[in-house]
Design a protein around this ligand. Sequence first.
Ligand code: GDP
Ligand code: GDP
Length: 468
Amino acid sequence: MIKATHRLTVAIIGRPNVGKSTLFNRLVGKKIALVDDTPGVTRDWRAADGRVGGLEFTVVDTAGLEDVFDNSLEARMRQQTERAIERADVALFLVDARAGITAMDRHFAAWLRKAGKPTILVANKCEGVAGRPGLLEAFELGLGEPVPLSAEHGEGMADLVEALEPFMPKEDEEEQDAADAAEADTFFAADDEEAAEAAAAEEEAKALQLAIVGRPNVGKSTLLNALVREERVLTGPEAGMTRDAIAVEWEWKGRPIRLVDTAGLRKRAKVDGKLEKLANQDTLRVIRMAHVVVLVLDADGILDKQDLTIARLVVEEGRALVIALNKWDAVADKNAALRRLSDRLQTSLPQVKGIPTVTISALKGQRLEELLDTVVTAYGLWNRRIPTSQLNRWLMGMTESHPPPLVDGRRLKIRYMTQVKSRPPTFALFVSKPVDLPENYARYLVNGLRDSFDLPGVPIRMLLRKGS
Ligand code: GDP
Ligand code: GDP
């Protein structure tokens, strides 16, 4: 499911003489690459159709630019590796289990982790018993469990198939998969911080779709009018004519903000009783149109059942939620009001920690700037992309300090993690047996993500994928 519309490209990398060309030949099925005991005998990288088990893919061999670059061996290796993995979806990182792990292997492992390319560690030359010490050593590289292989003898190919399988493009079945696929093209761009920045800049130019929701009489219309009065209305009606506006758009600190469905809001607020059914189609429609939803609460009656129903809808729909605690001017005991809100949020919406809350007075125009700043910040978090390299370094720490549980005496393996989309941030976690991953372990990871990458208040989605 990684590149649903593309053929999977696999790069074979590793220091000279570990058996890259031998594996390449085995996967491609022809003697294309030169095999020689002299390091660096293959002269250029090459790509060919590869096949193993039932899997078909493109395989790139990274053989030697050794002659071309007059640098240190490490620098040359690195250049060659960079070129190869640029083209690849996944790297097969070969080490020589007979020779053991060398300083250069460690160097490249560290570099690969930093580059954040999904990597399958392969311990080659594992036939017989001679490979065993090297196989154990390979664990130290911090790239997960090595796949034991003998490229020359064709042993361990089933394990290789199993390791590659999760990376194969899949036909989408679930709805979520379809969404992932739509995002697949930007998937690897996410690894590339420059591309992520470009995407962010592009996003910057588009209007932030903002919805204001809440029970009747909490002050939605007052807030709406106050916002529009204070800001320059760029499109839509003149200030004060919001009643029939379809959309109001203005700029806040250079960012276009568009209020969604204000007409509907105004009308519904007028029709007594209609908003009583808060989970109705209208509310849902407004929430679905929005990027950020401001839930207006009356500071006097904080988070009753209706409020919570809307808040949950916002989270379920994956929108960024901001709470505006309105009529703050009329609250006598402000501390008690805040305490009550935080208690209720903790007990009733524990899945989203750190929902930003701003106390405002729509009537007196107090802290509306702060509200808009908070909305823009929430929007930024909702659009966040975390590079795969950072994610996997973090994941390693998380699984080390709190390893996944044993299932039938075998440790559940968490292979790697990647962000498949933003808006809201959505992650795929590759696990040996997804069904066996306990709910509380997934929650541990989601909460950890929120803390470590500073994602307060945004819904975070975690998709479990099978990865051996
Ligand atoms: P490259 O430099 O990484 O492309 O390595 P080659 O594919 O040229 O292989 C280097 C040497 O290792 C050759 O002599 C191969 O025959 C040998 N070799 C490759 N795979 C295996 C293997 O699975 N077992 C053993 N024992 N030798 C292997
Ligand atoms: P809506 O039904 O959510 O659109 O609520 P309205 O905007 O019509 O406001 C309902 C009532 O609350 C009106 O009487 C407003 O004047 C009052 N109200 C709105 N905002 C505030 C506020 O910040 N402070 C106080 N004291 N009253 C407010």
